[in-house]
Design a protein. Structure first.
Ligand code: MG
Length: 387
């Protein structure tokens, strides 16, 4: 079997009214065709600021290196693409391209062998995939609105919920200048989390995403106050991802459990976090850190340290399905992130909807990723700059 084409599709998904989402969020799906008529699909989305267009252009260029190769040699293809782009920094852009290709190759292999990906990895260790809820607060602005929304999502069967209560920092991820927050913004965040805790009771896990928005003293102050007052389950990305020294400095001063990793890439980035005891949870992203092949290696590495993985998941259907296969197979798995407001967006490009059952994802029965892309819908909703 030979690869005949590798195509990227940038689409406009159906997204909710989340504070994360702005007009320039798209998803990039990757489709690999072969000379035997079997195709595999994956995802290389990258948001925000049209990151998905950047990765799609990259995949169009990488296609030349893949046409004619045997798609069953996933590991060899992974290393070829990775080493081809070492001078682009190895981690980040090259691994985002690799991720969609790698996921598509695993989907293809599953279809050829008529097995789900988790079976190819060595079989399942659980019957379904535990989830935690993000994106349950669309449109919420006040502590009361957050408290009401939290109550509803718990009533739907969730027991672990995540939010970033520091609304002053919107748009999240991209606004770091001095790492500070105003006293008013800080107090608003405390009030939101406190209202949510009161609303959901003491047996629900509340995870806080700081989106790497803070300097060390600010992150220490916020995390300790939230841990002390509201018993938060983790404080995620306390500082920007570039400085492990800053992360260690934070780690030595906080009482809150720490989660990092959505902006770390490959086993080499996570090795430092694990060896230096910088986190209680790691959260690699299957569409950024190198696909299913790499996520499995990162998971196995973290198992050596008895640190759970909890994959970052804030993009499309390929991401959640690929992460779910890892969740079925990997023993040291906490929960897969799940953005409630993205469910229509996941399903609009699939031939059948993903089966969410409260705080679980029930794995589809089909081979490969388990559900196929609906190419007609994909082409219908291509982004206007990608037609
Ligand atoms: Mg995050």
């Amino acid at each position: 079997m030979k690869i005949t084409s590798v195509k990227a599709y940038v689409v406009n998904p159906e997204l909710g009214d989340s504070p994360f989402i702005k007009d320039d969020w798209q998803w990039t799906y990757v489709v690999i065709d072969t000379d035997e008529g079997i195709s595999g699909w994956g995802e290389s989305s990258n948001v925000p600021r049209k990151g998905s267009h950047i990765s799609a252009h990259g995949i169009s260029i990488v296609e030349d290196a893949l046409v004619g190769k045997d798609p069953s040699d996933i590991e060899h293809i992974w290393h070829t693409i990775y080493r081809n782009y070492t001078y682009l920094g190895s981690r980040g852009f090259p691994t985002t391209l690799l991720s969609g290709i790698d996921i598509a190759l695993w989907d293809l292999k599953g279809k050829v062998l008529n097995l789900p990906i988790y079976d190819l990895l060595g079989g399942k260790v659980r019957e379904n995939v535990p989830l935690y809820a993000n994106g349950w607060f669309d449109g919420c602005l006040t502590p009361e609105e957050y408290a009401d929304a939290a109550k509803k999502i718990i009533a739907n069967g969730h027991d672990t919920i995540k939010l970033d209560p520091f609304l002053e920092m919107i748009p999240f991820h991209t606004t770091y200048i001095d790492g500070k927050i105003s006293k008013k913004g800080e107090n608003e965040g405390y009030e939101i989390v406190s209202a949510v805790r009161e609303s959901v009771g003491k047996n629900v896990n509340i995870l806080i995403d700081a989106h790497g928005n803070f300097d060390v003293p600010t992150a220490v102050r916020l995390s300790n106050k939230l841990y002390e007052d509201s018993d938060i389950g983790w404080f995620e990305e306390p500082v920007p991802p570039e400085s492990f020294h800053a992360l260690e400095n934070f780690r030595n001063q906080t009482f809150a459990p720490v989660c990092v990793g959505e902006r770390l890439f490959t086993r080499w980035d996570f090795q430092h976090v694990l060896e230096n005891n910088l986190a209680d949870y790691i959260m690699p992203d299957v569409t950024w850190s190198g696909g299913i092949s790499e996520l499995r290696k990162i998971s196995n590495l973290s198992e050596l340290y008895y640190i759970p993985i909890s994959p970052h998941n804030a993009q499309g259907a390929g991401q959640i399905l690929a992460g779910a296969h890892i969740g079925m197979h990997v023993p040291n798995f906490y929960k897969l992130e799940h953005c409630i407001s993205f469910i229509p967006g996941y399903n609009e490009f699939l031939k059948e909807p993903i089966n969410f059952d409260g705080n679980k994802l029930v794995m589809p029965k089909g081979p490969g990723l388990g559900i196929d892309l609906d190419m007609e819908k994909l082409i219908y909703k291509l982004h206007e700059d990608w037609k």
